[in-house]
Design a protein. Structure first.
Length: 261
């Protein structure tokens, strides 16, 4: 099932049966996303990026996740789940799904979308139905590198550090000065994520979030990804954030665009 939102010249399509991902985002008729069943913009929940060997600790208990990207578990399973719609207007929508096996705890994930003529706000919450548990949440957008209007997109951001990446594609625990791309890397922005994508002569897109972690992936020629998230890859092990009955995990990101030329 597909849900469409419209505001001014902006059009957003959400595929709730395919992980509640944004399957299309158009501004004045121009598609910004790489489209396809595995692309668009998908939520990463209840973990982000790779979890080492699919295993994580909760106290002294070892939990095993499905290894969907050997040898690791990657990006959660919210992207593979059919979500249920909770609210819909012309410009806003909200969806949810319930956490269950193979996740060791019960809970609920809610994702909301708010579209305006010049921006989009995405929000996500992870709640528990009982026991506290560690979790992560974030988004994995696939932006088109070239909109067909001229030059490739330019990416601008000023991270405070880069998480050193090991041969296993996981952060080593060391923070290093940011290195030139191409990247499949996590960066720290303690004042909040603030990344700008510019397609010269076409559009400027600013991605912000109160979170301090962002993964940049630009190793493919067709697209690049700017992924705001609540913790680094393997964070269930290295930076666990507990979801409790009185303290859900809440995260949001706002994208604003400006037409150029």
């Amino acid at each position: 099932m597909s849900t469409q939102l419209r505001a001014g010249g902006a059009e957003l399509r959400i595929d709730q049966d395919n992980g509640c991902r944004i399957s299309s985002l158009r501004v004045d008729g121009t598609e910004l996303l790489r489209r396809g069943p595995h692309f668009g913009v998908f939520p990463m929940v209840p973990w982000c990026g790779r979890t080492a060997n699919g295993r994580f600790l909760d106290g002294a208990v070892v939990h095993q996740l499905p290894v969907n990207h050997p040898p690791h578990a990657i990006h959660g399973f919210g992207r593979d789940t059919a979500w249920r719609r909770a609210r819909l207007t012309d410009t806003e929508a909200a969806f949810f799904f319930d956490l269950t096996d193979p996740w060791p705890w019960t809970g609920r994930v809610t994702q909301s979308f708010e579209l305006t003529a010049d921006g989009l706000t995405l929000s996500m919450a992870v709640e528990t139905y009982g026991d506290s548990f560690p979790a992560q949440a974030g988004w994995h957008p696939w932006f088109r590198r070239n909109l067909g209007t001229g030059e490739d997109a330019r990416l601008d951001f000023e991270p405070a550090w880069q998480e050193e990446r090991g041969a296993d594609h996981l952060p080593t625990g060391h923070r290093i000065d940011p290195k030139p791309g191409p990247w499949d890397d996590c960066f720290g922005m303690p004042d909040g994520v603030d990344v700008t994508l510019t397609w010269p002569g076409a559009l400027e897109l600013k991605i912000t979030s109160r979170e301090e972690w962002v993964v940049i992936y630009d190793e493919q020629p067709e697209a690049l990804c700017v992924e705001p998230q609540s913790g680094p890859p393997n964070g269930l092990n290295t930076h666990p954030r507990l979801v409790t009955p009185v303290d859900p995990l809440e995260i949001s990101t706002t994208w604003t665009w400006r037409r150029l030329g």
